[in-house]
Design a protein around this ligand. Structure first.
Ligand SMILES: [Fe+2]
Ligand SMILES: [Fe+2]
Length: 190
């Protein structure tokens, strides 16, 4: 489908992320280092998700579960109550469980995507699971992988779509733009 490029109007009500991606990655890096020693209360996820979707949530690392719960809280605090969106908030990063991801690899992704996209494309090209680049491949593909797992777990079409596109820029007149921006802003703020 083609979308006409035109300026976005009437979007001032959308809440913007409060931190830059690099600053946020730094914060999450410190969080990630401390995560193994922190207890994550999965209670809100257990209440909001089906058993199959909760199993996906629980496959994630401590750091990713804590991040996902912050995304979920951000959405609720900003009055987003759509169940499909809230479920996507809780499991949007579940595809990251396909590999063991170190903090430095996650940080490199944010830096390279912003500062050297060509290097990032080379680093994250398809790789087998025993290859040293495999974690970068999974980082690049986690949205697609997560959406496929969510579909297999019986999540709604909208939840799967939001997961698949959570790192994609859409034109503002796309019919699902506002829901996706809500997820992206929650993700960037959490
Ligand atoms: Fe993600
Ligand atoms: Fe995320």
């Amino acid at each position: 489908m083609m979308y006409e490029e035109q300026p976005c109007k009437n979007r001032s009500h959308l809440v913007r992320p409060s931190h830059s991606p690099l600053r946020q990655r730094l914060y999450r890096g410190v969080e990630g280092l401390l995560a193994p020693w922190r207890r994550v209360d999965d209670g809100p996820a257990a209440e909001a998700l089906s058993p199959a979707a909760l199993a996906l949530f629980r496959r994630m690392s401590n750091a990713d579960r804590a991040h996902s719960l912050r995304v979920y809280r951000w959405l609720l605090e900003h009055h987003y109550e759509q169940e499909d969106l809230l479920a996507a908030g809780l499991i949007h990063d579940c595809g990251k469980a396909a590999a063991r991801l170190a903090v430095w690899q996650r940080t490199l992704k944010v830096l390279f995507r912003k500062l050297a996209p060509g290097w990032w494309r080379a680093l994250s090209a398809p790789a087998s699971s025993d290859h040293w680049r495999y974690p970068f491949y999974i980082l690049a593909e986690h949205a697609r992988i997560g959406a496929e797992w969510a579909e297999a777990a019986g999540c709604s079409e909208l939840t799967c779509w939001l997961i698949a596109h959570h790192e994609t820029d859409l034109p503002c007149h796309h019919p699902r733009y506002e829901l996706l921006r809500a997820l992206q802003n929650a993700d960037a703020s959490s």
